[in-house]
Design a protein around this ligand. Structure first.
Ligand SMILES: [Zn+2]
Length: 169
């Protein structure tokens, strides 16, 4: 088996976090914050459970990391790993927390994330490097699997309902 690179190792931790969300019926997206080669915080998408638009994996992980360091500004060299390309809110949070490097796995559909654009805009006078496609296949398989399963369940439900309707008639 191919040895994992440092980045892939941390992405695996984000995948583990995503799977925790999956068990709770959430869209499986996970994130970890790494400082000095250690995972200091992790998070997963909890939008369904919390019914909060901001309950994205990255927000959870960044908030936890800030709490840990008791600072909105994360230590120099802080990295964010996330299984799916971050949305503008999360990329904005990463910039606000002064994350130095953002690694993501699966790519969001073209032009919908603005990840690189936000990094290049240099809004906060902070340079953040973005690297996409880390363990891309694993990360997107996780998402695809979830949506396939969801559609299968929806179909099953529908079949069950029409069966019941038939029986009632
Ligand atoms: Zn987001």
């Amino acid at each position: 088996m191919k040895k994992l690179t440092r980045e892939e190792k941390f992405m695996r931790r984000a995948i583990t976090a995503a799977k925790r969300g999956l068990k709770q019926g959430e869209v499986p997206i996970g994130a970890v914050v790494v400082v000095e080669d250690k995972v200091v915080a992790s998070g997963y998408n909890r939008r369904a459970k919390l019914q909060l638009a901001s309950a994205h994996a990255e927000m959870m992980a960044i908030d936890r990391a800030c709490k840990k360091f008791a600072s909105w500004r994360l230590p120099e060299g802080a990295e964010l790993y996330v299984t799916l390309e971050p949305c503008p809110m999360c990329m904005g949070a990463a910039l606000n927390a002064r994350v130095d490097k953002v690694y993501f796995g699966a790519y969001e559909q073209k032009g919908r994330s603005l990840t690189q654009e936000l990094a290049d805009a240099n809004l906060l006078n902070h340079k953040t490097e973005v690297v996409g496609g880390v363990l891309e296949e694993e990360c997107s398989a996780l998402l695809t699997g979830f949506f396939v399963e969801m559609r299968r369940k929806a179909k099953e439900e529908k079949a069950k309902h029409s069966q019941e309707e038939m029986e009632e008639k």
